[in-house]
Design a protein. Structure first.
Length: 367
């Protein structure tokens, strides 16, 4: 076979191979292909399950005592004894400090002597008056002498009453040396120490009732419409700390002139001392709630021609399902909706490259 024949034979083989390839390509184009399902990840879908859902208002605030008192010295002097310390519980009427007022003691002793003298003078004037009355009745003394005895008795009586009043005052001052707690509570601030000099009215310590505390929370004018006295709230005072409860006891009916916020007062029963006055609280006030609803992220809800809908995976395909929004909570960016069933898979948000009718595959269970 010469060179020319070899080239012709090779050319014919190439043509035949080309025709065969074209035939296969045409057959492949004519045969239908099964669409490949697009795999969804666990981050793409949410499996529906019924749950209670609430719209809440987050709040922060400090726990403060509802009632507190500053204990002061009624009379000035040196603090002889301070019987309590910071953190001690006290009862109303309990002696918590003793004042040492030497001047009062000396005055009291002197006044007791003055009262005794005035009593003696009064007794003497009374005896003289009786004698003059008897003598006047027998005609032995003049009316002038009787009137003089009567005046002397009145003067002695007035003097004795004045001395007794002064003695009562000094006795009170002496009694005030025992400083008593005006309310039951806990001592939280000691302002003086034993041995220090305190003027009359000087502050000694501070007491607060900690069995009931209060939080002042602020809410907007829109939110306050849904808040009622008596509503229960939940809060914590630290990350990981037990959840505490409180109750709304009053709402300021006038908004703050600058912030246009309303103050809501939350009372916390604290007989067990679980929280402390001054701690910072973070919590929620429930505005509205629905029971056993299907809850989706707000990103899952789309709108078309005034109708809310979500994307649902049904029978291996992506479908569009109309829903009714029952309640939204901006705090958590979630919403309770009607129109879904437990166990259905809903897209958390619209995905690029996937449209209604596309075949999709859910992630394996547990992934």
């Amino acid at each position: 076979m010469d060179v020319m024949q070899s080239k012709i034979l090779m050319l014919m083989c190439a043509v035949l191979l080309g025709l065969a390839a074209c035939g296969k390509s045409d057959n492949a184009a004519k045969s239908p292909q099964t669409p490949v399902a697009k795999q969804l990840s666990a981050a793409d879908v949410l499996t529906m399950q019924a749950q209670d859902f609430a719209q809440v208002v987050a709040f922060t605030g400090s726990l403060k005592p509802i009632k507190e008192a500053t204990v002061s010295a009624e009379s000035g002097g040196t603090v002889a004894k301070l019987l309590v310390d910071e953190g001690n519980a006290v009862q109303a009427g309990q002696v918590i400090a003793v004042m040492d007022n030497q001047a009062v003691r000396e005055s009291l002793q002197g006044q007791q002597a003055q009262v005794q003298n005035s009593q003696a003078n009064l007794d003497l004037a009374a005896t003289k008056l009786k004698q003059q009355q008897v003598l006047f009745g027998k005609g032995f003394v003049s009316k002038l002498a009787l009137e003089q005895a009567q005046n002397e008795y009145k003067v002695a009586l007035g003097s004795h009453k004045a001395q007794q009043a002064e003695l009562s005052k000094l006795n009170k001052n002496q009694a005030d040396a025992n400083v008593r707690a005006p309310i039951s509570g806990v001592v939280y601030d000691k302002l003086v120490n034993a041995g220090e000099l305190v003027n009359a009215g000087g502050q000694i310590l501070k007491i607060a009732q900690t069995n009931v505390l209060e939080i002042a929370a602020t809410v907007s004018s829109e939110q306050v419409t849904f808040i009622k006295e008596g509503q229960e709230v939940t809060f914590t005072v630290a990350t990981g700390a037990p959840v505490q409860t409180g109750r709304i006891v009053r709402i300021n009916p006038v908004a703050d002139a600058n912030t246009r916020q309303f103050t809501v007062f939350i009372q916390v029963q604290n007989a067990d001392g679980a929280v402390k006055a001054g701690q910072f609280a973070q919590g929620n006030i429930v505005l509205n709630q629905v029971a056993q609803a299907m809850v989706v992220p707000e990103t899952a809800i789309k709108q078309a021609e005034g109708q809310a809908f979500v994307y649902v995976v049904s029978q291996g395909k992506l479908t569009k399902r109309p829903v009714k929004v029952l309640l939204q909570d901006p705090t958590t960016s979630r919403a309770a909706v009607e129109g879904l069933r437990a166990g259905e898979a809903v897209l958390r948000t619209e995905l690029l490259g996937i449209k209604v009718g596309d075949a999709v595959s859910l992630p394996p269970a547990g992934k």
